[in-house]
Write a protein that binds this ligand. Structure first.
Ligand code: ADP
Ligand code: MG
Length: 341
């Protein structure tokens, strides 16, 4: 008993959303202490880490030949173990630095949200990375569950709640009841695929090469899944493929919507597919409750409207969709019974 009390007193409990686009850390009793892009800048020949997070993301597409930027979580799973570990270590240490000294004596207890579709091997890899990055006890939770808890859905009730988490690399759809996932689907289409579709559209239709960061900016400023009011235009700068010189092109919201018509249906099909497999009694709950959207992709203009049209269910965008998973992790780690002592 006394030991347990001391372990609890001296331990730092942190919740991590190890996303493909962003990594967020919640520290118990403090709140969200870190939110940074999941990007690492490395020296090409020595693999020495030069920058992590926001600083590394700013370097994307602008590096000289001896520096490279890596997104170690690119496709919804750990694509590069070594770099993921470096990144996690950097972020965990950054979050821990703000803790009082006596909380830094023990390895932090870490709860990590991972995609629901990942394999046992991939689970192991996340745990190993976290361990090497300085974590003590590690608990993995399914990301859609964390997201549902984070946005305040009544997950413990014997009734259906549906969460759709649209991240950078994946879209995770889940129906939850009695604190468990009843039906889930994960597709490897998220914000990155939308950026890629914009890059291709600009190349094919305007002979313009734009970088990944520009494509993301275009999506955030102008992108939509459904016609919206007061549509804007945007001047996009890039490299003209024909003249090999710089060029500026004015694009419309309608054009970008057209570009997104390729990847967006994969998201709505995943939602529809999950609904089709949902037990009828839970489906009846969804008709009342609707669908909750989380993750950065939830902010794509008109996506809620499109999904309403495609499913016939009410669709809501959560407050602070980027923070849904980490907030849920922060709530879940409060539960004393999940930790060994
Ligand atoms: P992950 O969980 O994979 O790290 P996030 O939930 O952090 O992903 O979401 C990141 C994605 O959300 C990126 O692809 C980003 O471009 C996209 N995003 C952020 N804001 C917007 C917006 N306003 N409209 C559309 N997409 C957005
Ligand atoms: Mg996420």
């Amino acid at each position: 008993m006394g030991m347990h009390f001391l372990t609890k007193l001296f331990s730092t409990y942190i919740g991590i959303d190890l996303g493909t686009a962003n990594c967020l850390i919640y520290v118990r009793d403090h709140g969200i202490m870190l939110a940074e892009p999941s990007v690492v800048a490395l020296k090409v020949n020595t693999r020495e880490v030069l920058a992590v997070g926001s600083e590394a993301k700013e370097m994307m597409g602008k590096t000289p030949t001896n520096i490279t930027t890596v997104r170690p979580m690119k496709d919804g799973v750990i694509a590069n173990f070594e770099v993921t570990e470096d990144m996690l270590r950097f972020f965990i240490q950054k979050a821990m630095r703000q803790q009082p000294w006596f909380k830094r004596l023990l390895h932090p207890r870490v709860l990590i949200a991972v995609p629901s579709g990942i394999t046992e091997v991939e689970n192991r890899a996340v745990k190993d990375s976290a361990k090497h990055a300085g974590a003590g006890e590690i608990i993995l939770v399914e990301e859609p569950m964390a997201a549902a808890v984070g946005v305040g859905l009544p997950v413990a009730e014997p009734s259906g709640s549906m969460i759709v988490d649209i991240g950078g690399g994946t879209t995770e759809v889940a129906v939850i009841s009695l604190s468990g996932i009843v039906e889930a689907k994960s597709v490897r289409v998220g914000g990155d695929a939308l950026d890629e579709a914009i890059t291709q559209y600009m190349r094919k239709n305007h002979n313009l090469l734009v970088g990944a960061l520009s494509a993301e900016r275009i999506k955030i400023k102008l992108g939509s899944a459904y016609p919206v009011k007061d549509e804007q235009t945007l001047d996009v700068r890039g490299l003209d493929i024909v003249s090999r010189g710089p060029k500026t092109v004015r694009i419309t919201a309608e054009e970008i919507r057209l570009a997104l018509q390729e990847p967006v249906p994969t998201i709505s099909d995943a939602v529809r597919g999950t609904i089709e497999h949902c037990p009828p009694d839970l489906l009846a709950d969804l008709v009342d409750r609707g669908i909750m959207l989380a993750g950065g992709g939830a902010m794509l203009a008109g996506l809620d409207k499109l999904l309403t049209e495609e499913t016939g269910l009410p669709v809501f965008v959560s407050d602070e969709p980027l923070n849904a998973v980490v907030k849920g992790a922060g709530i879940m780690l409060q539960e004393d019974s999940i930790w060994t002592a």
